[in-house]
Unconditional design. Structure first.
Length: 421
């Protein structure tokens, strides 16, 4: 565990790490993870961790014995390159040994921020690099190597409340306005002249983020626009199965793992890209609300969004999801409940619900059972648990001398995933 020191003097965020404030902060030295775990690092690094009333600071002086060891290849945000140096940290702000927020930079000063969930058991699903938040960093190349200063606002982190302590409640407003004019020239009926039609277009919308408590956040959106969202990476599909594209829209990304209820083979009860996208084409989102965070050690997430009618329907649709649950008496004992609903104005709906208990003394020794039940119109269903409209999974693992694992899944003939995957 590292202890941060309260700063008594200001820090000028310029990447030099030469302010008098850093002289009062104890130096932290790196040790190796690989190839020799626990041994001192072969290249010297002086690390400083501090805070004040507004920010958490981390700074470092990275010494290089040979200038040819300097590695800086890109300025792109969230770039993950194996040929560049990285400096940063992961903070477990909930102190639950399960979730974390990561902040990293390189000698070029790029910002890499991401989320860690499910104790980082699976890099593909537990590390989210598309989440972005508010923070600053500055770096400098120096005669001895390079240096960096990072500054993260407390409002960009989420914490457990402790003894009702006072907390900051920042409010972020992000308005947008789009305008344009389209002109079309067509021949008149006599084909003697052109007739010009002018079609002006103006759109406006608003996103709002507000911290209800130190660990509970409200997001509101009206006439949502995602024009600034990073495009998907191109993929070639040579199978009969649909490709999985990660969510990149910021409205859905903070603590997205709360809404993740996943079965074997990447089957998800809720897939946020069903909202506002239909067969790859955008569908207007009129607005919605999202609440996520943690209450007394239990994750809580609620989302509701209203969209325009997709191309193959004349009805506006509502997408809603509720998820709650958390760890119990042992580090790996969990109990989760999740419900989703997709309804149009005619009342046609799909309402899968699911729950899972998981027990075990360690992450590698457990027994888990998952059950999801469909409720809705247009197929055979039952208000009580039954096999035809259900999806079930039983899994276990043991870290014995010969590690073993077992997974069994079953999808009923009337199972309907609603707006999942």
């Amino acid at each position: 565990m590292l202890n941060a020191v309260h700063l008594t003097e200001p820090v000028n965020l310029d990447g030099h790490v030469d302010e008098a404030a850093w002289d009062a902060v104890p130096t932290i030295h790196f040790i190796q993870q690989i190839p020799q775990y626990g041994q001192p690092s072969t290249e010297r690094s002086d690390i400083f961790l501090a805070y004040d009333d507004q920010y958490l600071y981390m700074a470092g002086r990275m010494y290089l014995s040979d200038s040819s060891l300097y590695r800086a290849t890109t300025y792109k945000r969230d770039a993950l390159e194996g040929s560049t140096d990285y400096f940063g940290f992961v903070i477990d702000s909930y102190n639950d040994n399960e979730n974390g927020l990561a902040f990293f930079t390189t000698p070029t000063g790029l910002r890499w921020d991401g989320t860690v969930s499910n104790d980082a058991l699976d890099f593909e699903t537990s590390i989210g690099i598309d989440w972005n938040t508010y923070w600053d960093v500055a770096t400098k190349r120096t005669p001895y190597g390079w240096s960096a200063e990072m500054r993260i606002p407390w409002s960009s982190l989420r914490f457990q409340e402790h003894n009702g302590e006072a907390i900051k409640k920042p409010l972020y407003l992000t308005p947008y306005a789009l305008g344009g004019v389209q002109q079309t020239s067509l021949l008149n009926s006599d084909e003697t002249a052109y007739r010009t039609n002018t079609d002006p277009k103006i759109e406006a919308g608003l996103d709002l983020k507000y911290s209800l408590t130190s660990n509970l956040t409200l997001d509101l959106t009206a006439n949502t626009d995602f024009a600034q969202v990073e495009v998907d990476d191109q993929q070639v599909n040579l199978t009969r199965f649909n490709l999985f594209f990660p969510e990149k829209r910021q409205f859905f990304l903070e603590r997205a793992s709360i809404f993740d209820f996943q079965f074997e083979d990447d089957n998800r009860l809720f897939y946020s890209r069903r909202i506002g996208i239909n067969d790859g084409d955008p569908v207007r989102i009129y607005g919605g609300a999202r609440v996520q965070g943690r209450i007394e050690g239990h994750d809580l997430g609620f989302l509701t969004m209203q969209t325009a009618a997709p191309a193959d329907s004349l009805q506006s649709e509502n997408f809603s999801v509720l998820r709650c649950g958390g760890r119990r008496s042992t580090p790996t004992a969990t109990s989760v409940f999740m419900a989703t609903n997709r309804t149009d104005f005619d009342g046609a709906s799909t309402r899968p619900t699911a729950s899972t208990p998981r027990f075990g003394p360690t992450q590698d020794d457990y027994l888990a059972a998952k059950w999801a039940q469909s409720h809705g119109d247009g197929w055979r269903t039952s208000p009580s648990p039954s096999i035809p409209p259900a999806y079930s999974e039983l899994a276990s693992a043991a870290s014995t001398a010969l590690p073993t694992s077992f997974t069994y899944t079953h999808a009923g003939r009337d199972w309907n995933v609603g707006h999942g995957l």
